[in-house]
Design a protein around this ligand. Structure first.
Ligand code: PMP
Length: 404
């Protein structure tokens, strides 16, 4: 059988639909973020990165870089095993204690990514709690959806951020089955924020546990970077907070926090925790340095907010349509996969601006967009340069009417 022909048929379809993903060949250089070198056919050029999830540039912060270098020299490169068999290092335990403190919880548990933490925690809770029903927000991330699917628990999808719909669905369930309300704080593609307190009120009324993905909130919201749940003063009422070390904290890895019993339960039964090599201790040390810094410094968050507001104001002035939200994510709506890719290509090749087109299946068809994530390290000149490019492209393509 010609397997490559089978693979290529589906890849060709993706390309035809404008949904095939191309890598940008970047070289990040320490201390230069948001600039990076990008490889083009005619050589390397400096580009400005506008779509990074290293939201605060912490991946190149001297304290974080130093912590990782120091720990590599001290501990070596890899962890040497799974957490249960020789892979647990003191740096992992220090980081777990730091994360528990960040969210005001008894315990925390590390995973190799945010994706794995959602998949492992939800699949374990949903499969191990007898007759469990998981109520999942319609906008939840693929890692939560896959975890729930793998658990084989009954899944009930409630309308995105719609507390009345959640309540109706909770009320329709038997009182005595375990229920988990799973949702996110900041939804990464629209940048909208969940009404966390209202969701928790309803979940508590029906005796459900709450599972909150703070992947796009940690480091960025709350006085100590504990996420939107900290900002809203409700972290202590959330049963399980999940987060990543790979976005605002600038490293890699994922975690859950909650009661000691719950973390021990997931630690003891989750295959995604048990059967995989632990994160390198140096990664844990770097993540801890990043968290400690952001617990004590608001400067990065404040400057990021200033640059987000500035970009939004400039887009408004230029009449370029973008989704309104209260977060750090600025989605400029294109609503067509081919146009979206074309605009991103022009920005890269003609303006040295890198923003990846966001197409299906990451977002629904017809809602394709360019997703800008201003950081504290983007200068006013970077924003002016981006706006010059967008104004020019909008004029050239007469886009404003076509995409309005
Ligand atoms: N949850 C959400 C909401 C996400 O957007 C992502 C990644 N984009 C993840 C979880 C997975 O996190 P990580 O990148 O650390 O695997």
């Amino acid at each position: 059988m010609d397997f490559d022909a089978l693979f290529n048929a589906q890849l060709d379809q993706l390309k035809q639909d404008g949904n095939y993903r191309y890598f940008a060949d970047l070289e990040r250089a320490c201390g230069k973020f948001p600039k990076a070198a990008s490889h083009f056919e005619d050589g390397k050029r400096d580009v400005t990165v506008w779509c990074s999830n290293d939201y605060l540039g912490m991946g190149q912060h001297p304290k974080v870089v130093d912590a990782m270098c120091e720990a590599v020299r001290r501990t070596g490169t890899g962890a040497g095993g799974t957490r249960n068999i020789s892979g647990t290092n003191h740096d992992h335990l220090l980081l777990e204690a730091e994360l528990a403190d960040l969210h005001g919880k008894e315990a925390a548990l590390l995973f190799t990514s945010g994706y794995v933490s959602n998949w492992a925690a939800l699949s374990t809770l949903g499969s191990r709690l007898k007759d469990c029903v998981i109520l999942s927000d319609a906008g939840n991330h693929a890692s939560m959806i896959e975890g729930i699917r793998h658990s084989r628990a009954t899944k009930v999808i409630w309308k995105h951020n719609d507390v009345a719909d959640l309540e109706a669905k909770l009320a329709a369930l038997p009182a005595d089955v375990p229920k988990i309300v799973a949702f996110e704080s900041v939804y990464s593609m629209d940048g909208d924020i969940a009404p966390i307190e209202a969701i928790v009120d309803v979940a508590e009324k029906y005796g459900a546990m709450t599972y909150l993905d703070e992947v796009h909130g940690v480091g960025l919201y709350g006085a100590r970077g504990g996420g939107v749940s900290e900002r809203d003063g409700v972290a202590d009422r959330i049963t399980l907070i999940e987060g990543t070390l790979g976005k605002a904290f600038g490293v890699v890895g994922g975690y859950i926090t909650g009661s000691a019993a719950m973390c021990d339960f997931i630690r003891s039964f989750a295959s995604g925790f048990i059967f995989t090599t632990a994160l390198p201790p140096a990664v844990a040390a770097a993540a801890r340095a990043s968290i400690v810094h952001l617990k004590n410094s608001d400067a990065e968050r404040l400057q990021q907010r200033r640059q987000v507001a500035r970009l939004r104001a400039e887009l408004d002035k230029a009449g370029i349509p973008h989704l309104e939200n209260d977060s750090h994510i600025v989605p400029v709506m294109i609503k067509d996969p081919v146009k979206c890719r074309m605009l991103a290509d022009y920005l890269m090749t003609e303006w040295n601006i890198y923003v990846q087109p966001i197409n299906y299946p990451t977002v629904p068809k017809g809602t394709e967009r360019l997703r800008f994530t201003p950081s504290p390290l983007h200068t006013d000149e970077d924003i002016e340069h981006l706006m010059m490019a967008l104004r020019t492209l909008w004029r050239q393509c007469a886009m404003s009417r076509a995409v309005a």
